[in-house]
Design a protein around this ligand. Structure first.
Ligand SMILES: [Fe+2]
Length: 144
């Protein structure tokens, strides 16, 4: 976990005014589980969005017996759209995280992002996709 966070912080670019500020690091573990009774699992928000932190990073921990789960990075015009229906002209990247620790990072204000649901692979009775989300935001003094 420490290596993932240090990797994220080393890739972030800060304006000079924020370079020496402490950074708030958010760590979120997301598990999407599927089974024959519930063969599709989505994450929220289900639409293209921004998170509100300065930088966001997604790393796959592991996926097993699931299909799909396509990540979509798009222009901000796509905010509110279903990731599966983002028009090609708004799409910057569309990819599936397949290998453990494969991931990506975003400067949140520059783009929108979203992920399509995962579905249970044919012939399987259960599966999952686990990811680690890291976000970085410079800390600011509270107004007095
Ligand atoms: Fe997000």
């Amino acid at each position: 976990m420490r290596a993932i966070i240090l990797n994220a912080t080393s890739r972030a670019e800060w304006p000079a005014a924020e370079y020496n500020r402490p950074v708030a690091v958010g760590v979120h573990l997301v598990s999407q589980k599927v089974c024959t009774e519930k063969p599709v699992a989505a994450v929220t928000p289900r639409v293209m969005h921004q998170d509100g932190e300065t930088y966001g990073y997604v790393h796959l921990v592991e996926r097993h017996n699931v299909d799909a789960g396509w990540n979509v990075v798009a222009s901000n015009d796509a905010i509110g759209l279903d990731p599966a229906s983002v028009p090609r002209e708004m799409t910057l990247q569309r990819f599936c995280l397949e290998r453990p620790l494969q991931g990506f990072g975003l400067r949140d204000a520059d783009v929108s992002h979203g992920v399509e649901p995962v579905s249970l692979s044919e012939g399987c009775t259960s599966g999952y996709r686990n990811t680690i989300l890291i976000d970085l935001t410079p800390m600011r003094e509270a107004p007095r």
